[in-house]
Design a protein around this ligand. Structure first.
Ligand code: ATP
Length: 406
């Protein structure tokens, strides 16, 4: 279908980047990036006219996102070249051929393009040795100034290296180490750094990449107090287990994996140091409130639970729920990863899987009909009813009515 539209608008169209790389590596990747040697917006609109989808165009960058009815998105860009006026700044952009478009990319393995027009369908463009480097399992930049132009590529290099099980090419690693030594990371805006870090922390198993960042001196560029010692390593391991367990629950509420790992990484940091690193990386305020404000309170709740662990099995579910109420999933999973107490872990898992969403069968209107005064009393009685349900003191609607009457 893309081929027909490409031929109609009379320009060459390619699939590029990670999709083609992963295709050659036999890895699943549903993120298809399309580039058009011409106007991407015209192409996207013509495509949308003929298919069940709509287009969100970005006139300034001449790019478009094609959004299908089922929510699937296809990114379409016009081939372009970029040049940098100063290190770390965003580039200036100009229209260009596919070859120049591929040359602006970060690593050779991301420079493959797969032709999609009918007459050239399936032809692989490989101008910069991508297939060789895929074969050698090497991450290589395209030119010596790559990390200077865009220091975020250093984080991307580590991410691809660890995710794919590749190795930085020797020259590329030397370039990276020099760029670290010259402190180029400090020229990057905090949001772009935060973005790179969260992408790494959202990987299935981010620990090897974090460890490699430390070894290359990149972790210290983000926060000079982050260290990868045995305790942090163990927290990452336990956090991965906790996240995997949570995923299998299919709670429907997705967790921000990066938050859990950010907490693991920041385990030894004081509240002040945590606030400083969150500020330096421009962590969004709602997450700063949790990472900085909540962490201390939640850790205290958990210390108390650990202190009481011998008696925890005798606690009523309403008591455990009362203590854990209002704590977000990310913080709960982090605390689960940190605790050494099986009893505490069990209590948290019961709270998450069975107790947290328990609600009374009666609602406010029912209580008013039963003669409860309007106002705060309604909330109080509903809370008592919920606790009674949690502790199996009531099970049916009639039990709840009797409970209210008594
Ligand atoms: P992932 O599988 O993690 O999505 P990807 O290769 O698709 O990896 P994206 O971040 O989606 O990576 O970027 C798409 C493409 O854009 C990359 O393949 C790369 O060629 C190019 N790219 C992205 N960021 C940069 C950058 N900072 N410098 C140069 N090229 C980049």
């Amino acid at each position: 279908q893309i081929s027909s539209v490409a031929d109609e608008v009379g320009c060459s169209v390619y699939a590029v980047g990670g999709f083609v790389r992963d295709l050659l590596l036999h890895k699943k990747n549903l993120d298809v990036d399309i580039v058009v040697e011409g106007n991407a917006i015209d192409f996207a609109r013509r495509f949308a006219d003929q298919h069940a989808c709509r287009v969100r165009a970005h006139e300034k960058f001449v790019t478009a996102v094609v959004i299908f009815d089922d929510g699937y998105k296809l990114d379409v860009a016009s081939t372009r070249t970029e040049y940098y006026l100063e290190p770390g700044a965003l580039p200036n952009v100009e229209e260009a051929s596919i070859k120049l478009d591929l040359y602006r990319r970060d690593f050779t393995i991301n420079t493959l393009a797969l032709a999609l027009n009918h007459d050239s369908y399936g032809e692989l463009l490989d101008y910069f040795g991508a297939q060789r480097d895929l074969h050698d399992k090497a991450i290589r930049v395209l030119h010596n100034l790559s990390f200077v132009e865009d220091p975020t590529r250093m984080f991307r290099a580590v991410r691809f290296e660890q995710r794919l099980g590749f190795k930085l090419g020797m020259h590329t690693e030397n370039l990276l180490r020099s760029a670290v030594e010259m402190d180029f990371v400090q020229r990057v805006g905090p949001l772009r750094l935060f973005n790179e870090l969260t992408i790494i922390l959202n990987e299935e198993n981010p620990f090897p990449a974090i460890s490699r960042l430390e070894e290359l001196g990149l972790l210290a560029c983000l926060c000079d107090q982050w260290r990868v010692d045995a305790r942090v390593k163990e927290s990452f391991r336990q956090a991965q287990k906790a996240l995997h367990w949570h995923e299998l629950l299919y709670t429907g509420s997705p967790v921000e994996r990066w938050v859990v790992y950010f907490l693991c990484l920041s385990q030894p940091l004081s509240d002040d140091a945590m606030a400083a690193v969150c500020g330096k990386l421009s962590v969004p305020q709602r997450w700063q409130d949790i990472l900085v404000g909540e962490r201390c309170r939640v850790m205290k709740v958990f210390h108390r639970l650990e202190r009481d662990q011998q008696k925890l099995a005798e606690y009523r579910p309403s008591e455990v729920s009362q203590r854990l109420k209002g704590i977000g999933d990310e913080m709960l999973l982090y605390a689960m990863a940190r605790t050494h107490s099986d009893a505490v872990r069990l209590a948290v898992s019961q709270y998450l899987t069975q107790w947290r969403d328990v609600k009374p069968l009666l609602n406010g209107d029912d209580l008013i009909a039963l003669g409860v005064d309007r106002g705060p009393r309604i909330g109080e009685v509903l809370a008592l009813l919920r606790d009674a349900r949690l502790d199996a003191e009531v099970s049916s609607r009639q039990d709840e009515v009797d409970f209210v009457r008594s």
